[in-house]
Design a protein around this ligand. Structure first.
Ligand code: SF4
Length: 330
């Protein structure tokens, strides 16, 4: 439950701010000038803030839409990402957000309309080319959706551009706004998944794997295209068995034609980020594993990565055609 909401005075009357105000009338509402004053302040206690984060409502002014890092999107498409939020309700131990910002508070940019204007400009600029826009890069696309109402507005916008893809990437089961409307053929709801035992230990606060799988099946049954994201792959003594049963649990009763794409990627951290995350969870076994460092990147190393890649590729081929399977290396 959010107890404190800081809001930039310039967006006090914005409809999104007003809607959140009526949803959370008992929270303390504190006016501020610019969100950076709070969010970028140095020496904040990330771990302490994460226990009871505040919400900051702000206006974004620039850089609404950015090109995805190489290896993130599907090869044949021109891809961009956008983040209507910074930080996440969940607390996955490997998440780059653990070390990215000095604050654990959530920032929600309420001026969704400016994101959509910027997306329209990109569509005009690349007229004729298949574009994909990824939501959920600096946040989870749906975790905050009951309050933010973002998905509904984004889907309204993308319904006017049937040749442009939107990917909503999530671990959330807040799929109500999607189920209430007709499925959009250009929207992919992409779920990040790991074997249940691994998710229990690493995906703190996120819905369990069985609940995510149930959300996938409900959405697919309602006609939504599904993306399956196994990124990062986590190495354990019995990882083959775990990933193999995860795939069969997901695919059981799921119409394979509803699977838009499957991607997987190795666990990787920039060195600085690895240090920050390891400092936050010094006792977690993820950070006790003897990782390797190459070119400033910490990973399991090529031997393990290759084993995992080969296994995943061959297992996933049992469920879908090869052209739907992608490896992400960012
Ligand atoms: S759900 Fe995604 S964005 Fe949120 S903490 Fe986990 S990995 Fe990070």
């Amino acid at each position: 439950m959010i107890e404190t909401i800081f809001f930039e005075q310039q967006i006090a009357e914005h409809p999104t701010t007003q809607r959140i105000r009526s949803a959370l009338p008992r929270a303390s509402w504190v006016p501020i000038d610019r969100y950076q004053e709070l969010f970028n302040k140095r020496h904040q206690n990330f771990k302490l803030q994460k226990k009871n984060p505040a919400l900051i409502l702000a206006k974004k002014h620039d850089n609404f839409v950015l090109p995805v890092p190489s290896g993130f999107g599907m090869d044949s498409h021109k891809s961009f990402y956008f983040s209507h939020m910074y930080n996440c309700l969940y607390d996955c131990k490997y998440c780059f957000l653990q070390g990215m910002y000095s604050s654990a508070n959530f920032v929600l940019f309420v001026n969704y309309e400016d994101f959509f204007t910027s997306i329209s400009e990109k569509i005009d600029k690349y007229n004729g080319k298949t574009l994909t826009f990824f939501s959920g890069y600096d946040c989870d696309s749906l975790a905050f959706d009951k309050l933010s109402g973002f998905a509904d507005e984004a889907l309204n916008f993308f319904s006017d551009f049937p040749n442009t893809e939107l990917e909503l990437r999530t671990k959330s089961i807040a799929i109500g706004s999607l189920l209430q409307r007709r499925a959009l053929s250009n929207c992919i709801v992409a779920f990040s998944l790991s074997p249940a035992e691994i998710a229990k230990s690493l995906d703190s606060k996120a819905p369990s794997i069985s609940r995510r799988i149930s959300a996938i099946k409900q959405l697919a049954g309602a006609g939504w295209k599904i993306g399956l994201r196994f990124d990062p792959l986590i190495y354990t003594s019995d990882w083959q068995k775990l990933y193999s049963s995860l795939f069969s649990e997901i695919m059981e009763g799921l119409d394979p034609s509803m699977v838009h794409s499957i991607s997987y990627g190795p666990l990787r951290f920039p060195k600085k980020m690895y240090k920050k995350a390891a400092n936050l969870y010094p006792d977690h076994k993820l950070f006790a594993f003897p990782m390797e460092e190459a070119n400033g990147v910490i990973s399991y190393g090529t031997t393990i990565e290759t084993q995992m890649h080969d296994f995943l590729k061959s297992e996933l081929n049992n469920y879908t055609s090869e052209n739907k399977i992608f490896q992400c290396i960012t």
